[in-house]
Design a protein around this ligand. Structure first.
Ligand code: PLP
Length: 158
């Protein structure tokens, strides 16, 4: 199958200018269809969730449909598995705080320098911040090529 690059580019308004976007995730370009949906949402149904009024119901329906579409796209079992948030960093901070409640002394958290800092700082914070479980710790491998030298994980004696 040959991709029609010109057709694909035509869906991205930001690519209709003579600029090169070198910042990939943080500068992700948005397709026209998504921009139009965001515009429609903000101009017609922007409302608090769970309300008993028309715009709130319409807002909830839009979000429900988006979760269902994303669940289908990601092959998730249920739309409830899909969580939208402000950005990946904030969501990972939320996840690390939630999981930190279940940490036991001796649990091992592993992050690597292969990860973006957005997947390192949230985990460091739950170990270092007051309330972090004593005994849990993080192992950071220094470089990708050291990864193969990391021994099989076994919790340290506490
Ligand atoms: C590879 C990578 N992962 C994660 C992030 C964090 O994403 P967000 O801005 O959604 O928190 C970035 C940000 O640019 C990134 O480049």
């Amino acid at each position: 199958m040959t991709l029609d690059i010109a057709a694909i580019r035509s869906h991205f308004p930001a690519l209709q200018q003579p600029a090169i976007f070198l910042d990939n995730p943080g500068g992700t370009q948005i397709a026209r269809q998504s921009l139009e949906r965001i515009h429609t949402y903000l101009t017609r149904t922007n409302a608090n969730h769970g309300g008993e009024f028309a715009t709130s119901r319409a807002s909830d329906a839009t979000i429900d449909a988006a979760r269902a579409a994303m669940a289908d796209f990601l092959n998730a079992s249920r739309p409830e598995e899909i969580v939208f948030g402000p950005n990946m960093t904030s969501l990972t901070f939320n996840l690390s705080r939630a999981l930190a409640r279940t940490f036991q002394p001796g649990d091992l958290l592993v992050v690597t320098h292969l990860d973006h800092d957005a997947n390192i700082s949230p985990w460091l914070s739950v170990v270092i911040e007051p309330g972090g479980q004593k005994g849990s710790f993080i192992c950071i491998t220094a470089t990708p090529w050291e990864w193969k030298n990391v021994p099989p994980f076994s919790p340290p004696a506490t």
